[in-house]
Design a protein around this ligand. Structure first.
Ligand code: FES
Length: 277
């Protein structure tokens, strides 16, 4: 540890919270050769207590790691998973990345936004839901996808998504389409992201039928992945039966023939927009 944990009492946390946070943060720091590498999980840890990265949380991390509050803030404000204001019990993330968007993700977000009366990264008045546009969750085979505290709700529509949101606000149980059998709170999820597993990571099905279709077809047809390029360059590649040299070796595709003036002229010789003609 690089700093006196008692210094963390300069935060507004009570003694019990400081003791608990200090024990957990010490365990996080011990995972890394350089304790300050533990800052990312430590920020999740303070979110698991406060529901966001609070001023006290920033001070706590700084004191524990022996860095400045400004350095902690610089990291906390860079990543969207670190919240700068109190988050709802549930983050409802609508994937509006390319595939989900064209499959209806934008329509789902718009419907939810109207229904809940909040926009991106805003929280409903009852504190239940923070609505977000999110990027691809590698679940494109189930597009459009909605995540609730990072649990999958696949193949959603505006109607199913609003019904899901209503249940969450009422405190009713909801069951993710895949993975864990229930949805935990934002604070509980943050503790898992801090590296303290809740034992549910392997619950349920991860890769469902659509995910495995490609594998099934490949097996039926006897398709296999090509061999990895042999180490040691073109000679070894040729000896291994490769028809083209590995990338980066003489004769590989990286050595393409000059095709435009950019390949043959220096910048000072070239007129603006010449290649665009
Ligand atoms: S684009 Fe939505 S999960 Fe990939």
């Amino acid at each position: 540890m690089t700093a006196d944990p008692q210094a963390a009492t300069k935060t507004g946390y009570d003694a019990e919270t400081v003791a608990s946070l200090t024990a957990d943060a010490t365990a996080i720091m011990a995972r890394y050769p350089d304790p300050r590498s533990g800052l990312l999980p430590m920020l999740h840890l303070v979110q698991s207590v406060d529901g966001y990265v609070s001023r006290d949380g920033i001070l706590f991390c700084a004191e524990m790691l022996g860095i400045t509050a400004a350095e902690v803030s610089a990291v906390a404000t860079f990543y969207t998973q670190y919240k700068r204001h109190p988050n709802g019990t549930y983050t409802v993330g609508v994937c509006t990345n390319t595939l989900c968007a064209v499959m209806g993700g934008d329509a789902i977000f718009d419907e939810l936004s109207d229904h809940l009366g909040v926009g991106h990264d805003e929280t409903t008045d009852d504190g239940a839901i923070t609505l977000e546009r999110i990027e691809c969750n590698a679940a494109c085979d189930y597009a459009p996808v909605v995540m609730v505290n990072w649990e999958f709700f696949d193949n959603q529509t505006p109607e199913t998504a609003t019904a899901l949101a209503d249940k969450l606000r009422l405190g009713d149980d909801v069951v993710p389409t895949r993975g864990a059998a229930s949805v935990c709170s934002f604070k509980q999820m943050s503790r898992v992201l801090a590296g303290f597993p809740d034992g549910r990571a392997d619950e349920g099905t991860g890769a469902g039928e659509p995910t495995l279709v490609g594998l099934k077809v490949a097996r039926e047809r006897g398709w296999t992945a090509p061999e990895a390029p042999a180490a040691g360059g073109a000679a070894e590649g040729a000896a291994a039966g490769q028809t083209s040299p590995p990338v980066g070796t003489p004769g590989s595709s990286a050595e393409r023939k000059p095709a435009t003036s950019s390949d043959t002229e220096t910048g000072k010789d070239k007129k603006p927009g010449e290649d665009a003609k």
